[in-house]
Design a protein around this ligand. Sequence first.
Ligand SMILES: Nc1ncnc2c1ncn2[C@@H]1O[C@H](COP(=O)(O)OP(=O)(O)OP(=O)(O)O)[C@@H](O)[C@H]1O
Length: 457
Amino acid sequence: MSRLLIVGSLEGELGAAARVAIARGAKLAHAEGVAAGLGRLRAEGADLALVDLRHDVAWLVQALAAERIACPVVACGHAEDADAAVRAIEAGARDFLPLPPDADLIVAMLEAAGAEPAPEGPIARDPAMLTLLARAAQLARAEASLLITGESGTGKEVLARHIHALSRRARGPFVALNCAALPETLLESELFGHEKGAFSGAVAARKGKFEQADGGTLLLDEIGEMDPRLQAKILRVIQEREVDRLGGTAPVKVDVRLLAATHRDLAADVAKGRFREDLYFRLNVLALHIPPLRGRPADILPLAEHFAARYARANGLPLRAVSPLARAALAAHTWPGNVRELENCIHRAVLLAEGTEIGPEVIELTPPRTQEAFADAPVAQAPAAPRVTGLVGRKVEEVEQELILETLSHCLGNRTRAAEILGISIRTLRNKLQEYRAAGIAVPPAPGQAPIPLPYA
Ligand SMILES: Nc1ncnc2c1ncn2[C@@H]1O[C@H](COP(=O)(O)OP(=O)(O)OP(=O)(O)O)[C@@H](O)[C@H]1O
């Protein structure tokens, strides 16, 4: 369930936005002003904050940055408030939501913020996936940590939410954090929270994700990207069942089930000294591996139909069946980007389709790749990145930028996959993209995000 904070009066149009979000399965928190909103974010966090433009959006964005609270802020107001909207975006608001609210836009924003739509559970028909789900149902009842592995886009987060929903903790919170998405200091305060005065912007105490997930489940996504210092701190939380807030004097007890996910081969990272062995054994008490989509071909068409229905609904378009020729094309593709690539492909097809069916002409597939390209091989061996020609006489920075942006569009905006192909950490990739944006260069949006200038890559 996604967690939304609304700042402003619920009497008017923001109230309508709140109803849409609740109908969509979001858990709502409300504050009348930005100071009270900041208080709620310190105490409970949220996946997204919608803030009425009549309030000081820039103040809230700055306060969140100073207190190292990573919550995207969307400013809401009337189209006539265009100047205020621009100011809010310049101040770091992620986006602008015009009022009266459009239901689809709210849903899209919740999804872009990483919040899942209403729990539908994983779609599965292939025997490999059905076996995996049966095992997941058994392991859901346990309390031990669980490691979910699988290539990027295979549905690791979907599986984690499903496990939470089947667990004894289902009524408690499900909190997810992508460890690769934040710089180290921000990640640390997101995880563990802080006391007042812990660092120069820490004007009040704040709970971290472990405390927010108390009584429920915490998913640490992309755990393989976490640096060794934080790995040690996570190990301590697992062993002692308590967290030390930054600047705190006494540990705080937490009752959290930890799920971790990674596309990396953590055992190999342990062997190379990149990942702590003791933490690996703690996380890997229970393990589930999601096969790539090409390894479970019977899932392709049911997933395609599911996405066709979902995106037709979301865009107010008629439900169109996937034609036999389009089905054949989907079934023959190797899906290097897994379910996420299939979802993007069908989303595009739904928007482009005319007539009664989704035909092969609107199914745009990435060029087929050789088998070696799927292995977790370093970039030099991966043929996926486009060739950068005429190198002599060009600046390294320029060529690097071209390589990064082309690889990213090749991966349909998927940062994790692009970083993998480029052989750089996702954090480095995000920093580069932020630099490009700041220089006014267009960056392919992440899947499901509108191509707007975002402060977060
Ligand atoms: N079995 C499934 N049924 C329905 N939707 C799915 C399924 N698997 C994946 N998806 C959808 O595919 C997209 C990618 O899934 P998810 O984010 O869980 O993948 P992931 O493995 O966690 O990716 P990453 O490694 O990049 O974090 C999401 O939009 C998700 O809703």
